[in-house]
Design a protein around this ligand. Structure first.
Ligand code: NZQ
Ligand code: ZN
Length: 428
């Protein structure tokens, strides 16, 4: 029997609505199903990244499946898709009277295409949609996934960069109507992309799990199931990334980590992601690589607020049971960091050549957190008069700090994480 404190906490689940309309079409050879999935008579725009799909045969499969269908192509959606590129895609789509979008690529192509889907039905500038945080109307979108990490293939989120101002902001578009997940499309991924994809998957789970214990056994166990799976398959993928069974678990695991399934009725804390986006915007560091650095600092700074869940995580995921609570938490955070290092990723900013200037004038320090709020993600403000989403950047500016934040609405505690010298010291 467990005696740890976290088992004494019992809270009810929050009310929630779960509605995920994306049809998942999983397995080998499933790209051939495209003609059945896209309604007849549609004027389709295919969207792509920089060309990996031409080299690995995915493009040929898509084009073969769509013989006789009416489509145009848009190439060049870059990693961390920029509004500057997407404006061009929207202009082309409007000119061509496109009424169905098919994104073929990773999270960047899919996220970018979510903005195109909204931009096609909007008269103003696409960046307005990002800043508003929510698209009003969208053209339907399907996806063929080639990089597993973001869950974008089965969620409505999208993260768009604006190169001109070095901003990276999230908004809500619509869910894809379908997503084709063929694990063989992942065989051509560079090892580093896979490491970043596993890091992203793992941190997605942690941001929905590492809050207040005792809210839902079911959500905890689902989350822990994904964490265990990622830990088990990571070394196997490094040995052989053409192992269909292992790549299947990677692909589905990444989707389940961020398709709303593990966050029903529980609080969340997306501080690591919000800070990670700032690091990408400022330094171009790949998304999963930012998370591998920031998550460890977040856990250290928030060890009190996350105490119960850290103990549970340590015990259930890393088998850490002996010693005082403080010792167990220390060992748990060390195990967490060692996991990211085992993926081959850095866990300190200095390893990526990022120094104090990140906190300097004119960068994040002055801007505070520029990212749009993540409505489902941040839960609700703790109480009336509590800090609202909109006030957060002002706090960052006033304090001159690099701000992340999290909300524990269940526990009625709200914490602003000062990413000042304290956290920065932990990250470097
Ligand atoms: O552009 P191409 O040539 O296709 O190359 C891509 C790209 O350079 C390459 N790649 C993709 N599939 C490949 C492949 N190379 C070889 N073989 C394949 N099968 O991989 C590179 C990275 O692709 P990208 O789409 O950028 O990666 P990822 O899926 O990690 O997406 C990252 C973006 O998604 C956002 C991130 O912030 C970032 O902008 N996120 C989106 C989320 C969401 N919509 O819910 C949540 C996430 O937390 C995340 O923020
Ligand atoms: Zn992520």
């Amino acid at each position: 029997m467990h005696t740890a404190l976290y088992h004494l906490n019992t809270f009810a689940m929050n009310n929630f609505i779960y509605h995920n309309p994306t049809k998942l079409v999983f397995g080998r050879g499933q790209i051939a199903r495209l003609p059945k999935l896209i309604p007849a008579g549609k004027r389709i725009m295919l969207t792509f990244g920089g060309g990996s799909v031409k080299r690995n045969g995915v493009y040929d499969q898509v084009v073969a499946a769509l013989v006789g269908r009416d489509f145009v192509e848009f190439w060049g959606i870059e990693a961390n898709p920029s509004v500057e590129t997407l404006r061009e895609a929207i202009a082309l789509g409007k000119e061509q009277k496109v009424d169905f979008l098919l994104a073929i690529g990773g999270g960047s192509v899919i996220d970018g295409t979510k903005l195109i889907a909204a931009g096609l039905l909007y008269d103003g500038d696409a960046w307005d949609i990002v800043l508003k945080g929510q698209a009003d109307k969208t053209v339907p979108l399907g996806t063929v996934l080639t990089m597993s990490a973001t869950g974008s293939e089965m969620n409505s989120g999208s993260v768009i960069s604006r190169q001109e101002t070095k901003e990276k902001c999230a908004f809500y578009g619509d869910y894809p109507v379908f997503s084709i997940l063929d694990p063989e499309t992942l065989y051509s991924l560079p090892q580093r992309q896979i490491a970043c994809g596993l890091s992203d998957t793992f941190v997605h789970v942690l941001e929905q799990y590492m809050t207040t214990p005792g809210q839902s056994r079911l959500m905890d166990r689902w989350a822990e199931g994904i964490l265990h799976t990622v830990i088990e398959i990571a070394p196997k993928i490094r040995e052989n990334q053409h192992d269909y069974a292992v790549m299947s678990e990677y692909m589905l695991g990444a989707t389940l980590a961020l398709n709303d399934m593990i966050r029903m009725g529980v609080t969340q804390d997306w501080a690591t992601h919000m800070i990670g986006h700032e690091l990408t915007a400022l330094h171009g560091l790949t998304h999963g690589a930012t998370l591998a650095i920031v998550i460890n600092g977040t856990l250290r700074v928030l060890r009190e607020q996350k105490r119960g869940k850290l103990l549970q995580y340590g015990e259930r995921i890393w088998g850490i049971t002996g010693g005082t609570e403080e010792e167990r938490i220390d060992r748990t955070i060390a195990a967490n960091e060692a996991f990211f290092r085992s993926l081959g990723l850095s866990t300190r900013l200095s390893e990526e050549g990022i120094g104090e200037s990140t906190l300097g004038a004119g960068t994040t320090a002055r801007r505070g957190m520029s990212t749009a709020p993540w409505p489902g993600g941040f839960s609700k403000p703790a109480s009336d008069g509590a800090m609202s989403h909109k006030k957060i950047p002002a706090v960052g500016e006033a304090a001159g700090i690099f701000v992340g934040w999290n909300v524990y609405s269940m526990a009625k505690v709200e914490t602003i994480v000062p990413f000042s010298s304290r956290l920065f010291g932990l990250l470097t």
